[in-house]
Design a protein around this ligand. Sequence first.
Ligand code: ZN
Ligand code: ZN
Length: 337
Amino acid sequence: MQSMDGISKMVQCPVCLDTLCLPVTTPCGHNFCAVCLNNCLKRQKTCPVCRSVCAFEVTELAVNTVLAEICESLNPEKYTKRVLESNKQMREWKASVPIFFYNSYEFPGTRISLHLFEARYKIMVKRIVHTSRKFIFLPNFVNYKPARNDIGVLCEVTKCEILPDGRAMLSAKCTGRIKIVDSWIEPGTQGLYYCKCEGYSDQESNDSELESMHNMRLQISQRLAFQHAEAIKEFSKCHGCEPIDDIAFTFWTSNFLNTCLQRLAFTTQSSLDRMKLVFQTVIGSENNFESDVMTVTDDGENCNESRVSSLAQKSRNVVADVRGDSDNRESTTEELV
Ligand SMILES: [Zn+2]
Ligand SMILES: [Zn+2]
């Protein structure tokens, strides 16, 4: 029995003082329950035992299977119960996603390129690039603070180059829209917001809505092909070719709307309303097109040939992270003599 006691001591978590559950081993050689270590690292990125710097995420560590088997053998029933609880907690951390703010709307299906140099976003990249690869792109034109029910878009990193000074050149694909449920600044990240969110998609359209959507789509497609062929070609290089699916098409073409209408297109849960906004912009109102969304005043920027062309131009430039200290930015200005 003495030896059993000895083993129990050896497999005790230094944080909760219980038997290790889903044990993970830090690079400095100390063992903790995955959940316990994660809770500690949230406060301070150092080993709770020896204070070595822990520049990793607990999700990157593999469970130490030999230790796990020993711990389980000591009290299988209790261990299984604790694993279930831990898994639940771990699912919750995985459900929290960091937020990147920018003053533009990006629609599902769009590909974005970001040059990240702000300290908090450098931390964000380090955290996500080898784990979930997900972050929220949250349009914000005021204060770069998230609020409950804000709508954003979930992005998945497709390519990432981290430069020696920590800046990152990152490419990502915008997937579905989300709604913020809860948000907070993660401690020790120089102001990086994290959030919990839920999916936010369009309501299902009925048959007659689908039909009128499709009719409008055909007219828009035709107009774009005939009047804006060159611009569309340029635009497609960045945003992909015209989607076959009508709903995906409403997002794709929402890039042609002015910012005021984009806000509506981004937040509406009616695919038909989004199609109407695009129709109004691309085809115009000369067709006696009636729509309740049309009562919203355009901010004066007409979405005609020049709008579509300038957008094609813009889409070639990356969405650069131009906030923060300009010293960190690569200067393109020539020196004045
Ligand atoms: Zn523990
Ligand atoms: Zn240690």
